[in-house]
Design a protein around this ligand. Structure first.
Ligand code: GLN
Length: 308
């Protein structure tokens, strides 16, 4: 369905007002102290369309911590670097467990279910780190994001990375567990440090929507991701992008999406649009409460769905 730019702009402005009026923001992530400081009563949205236009509303120029949304871009880098090899170390199935769960890791002998839960993302980051320094691996992820967004003003917030390094005990446990099964090739502290910094990349929804154009394969997107890889990232986002809330997101929104505990969600309407929403308060699954609501409303308004 083609969506008129003026109508969409009007709709998004209305959505900003509607969300503010609801006043039901959810809880910010408090296990990372820097994220606990963020005011939950914020919402921003940006949509990059196939005709090259970009429409934004609300707090669209506010930088936020992309957290687990970075996992999509790290995976894109690893697929570009090592091709299919990564699948010997990590699966492609939804986990049905929380993003930081250790449960399945023991049952499945150290092979994480998918690259978007924390255990799987640690393996992907470990693969990106192979034979080089953390700063070089991080530079590759940043370079990919900057090229995708066509914007060099994308950086890591060191305060968020340090904050998580101080309190990320579950991730330390997951990394050690992976190491005990030989599914971490670097020292756990090196992989963890790289992972915490990758999660601490900060972006605006405008930058994130533009970066998502490569996954949506929009005509004006830089040619840095093959159509085949984009299709696969979309499949994983649809099945695993919201952890144990992935089925609910697919049901309500009908589009692939990836969330982060900073409150951002990247939603892809393949061939049509790349949508980024941000609201820092989370739902029970650790996904943005108002971000999910907004994605659902946008999908319904535009008629975009991968299910016809
Ligand atoms: N850095 C966060 C963590 O490891 C990312 C989790 C998320 O965004 N769901 O806990």
């Amino acid at each position: 369905m083609r969506v008129k730019t003026a109508c969409l702009k009007h709709f998004l402005n209305g959505l900003v007002d509607e969300i503010a009026a609801r006043g039901d923001w959810g809880e910010v992530a408090d296990y990372i102290p820097e994220l606990a400081k963020v005011d939950p009563a914020q919402f921003g949205v940006s949509v990059s369309l196939a005709d090259g236009t970009q429409i934004s509303a609300g707090a669209s120029a506010e930088r936020f911590s992309i957290q687990s949304i970075s996992k999509v871009f790290t995976l894109a880098c690893v697929l570009g670097r090592n091709g299919e090899q990564i699948w010997t170390r990590v699966g492609r199935e939804p986990s049905g467990t929380r993003f930081d769960s250790i449960l399945l890791l023991e049952q499945e002998k150290g092979r994480p279910r998918n690259p978007f839960i924390n255990a799987g993302a640690l393996v992907t980051t470990d693969a990106l780190l192979a034979h080089r320094a953390p700063k070089d691996a991080l530079s590759e992820v940043l370079a990919f994001l900057r090229a995708a967004a066509e914007d060099d003003d994308i950086h890591i917030d060191p305060a968020v990375a340090e904050s998580e390094a101080r309190t990320g005990f579950r991730n330390v446990a997951l990394a050690n567990y992976l190491k005990s099964y030989d599914n971490l090739h670097n020292p756990p502290e090196l992989t963890l440090g790289t992972y915490f910094h990758q999660c601490a990349i900060e972006m605006t929804v405008e930058q994130l929507a533009r970066a998502g154009r490569v996954i949506a394969q929009l005509p004006d997107a830089p040619q840095i991701l093959s159509p085949e890889k984009a299709r696969r990232l979309n499949a994983l986002m649809m099945t695993c992008g919201h952890y144990d809330g992935s089925g609910d997101f697919a049901f309500r929104v009908g589009l692939p999406g990836k969330s982060g505990v900073g409150g951002g969600i990247l939603v892809i309407a393949p061939g049509r649009a790349s949508i980024a929403v941000w609201s820092p308060g989370l739902n029970l699954y650790g996904n943005s409460l108002m971000g999910t609501y907004a994605a659902e409303r946008i999908a319904r308004f535009t008629g975009w769905s991968v299910f016809g």
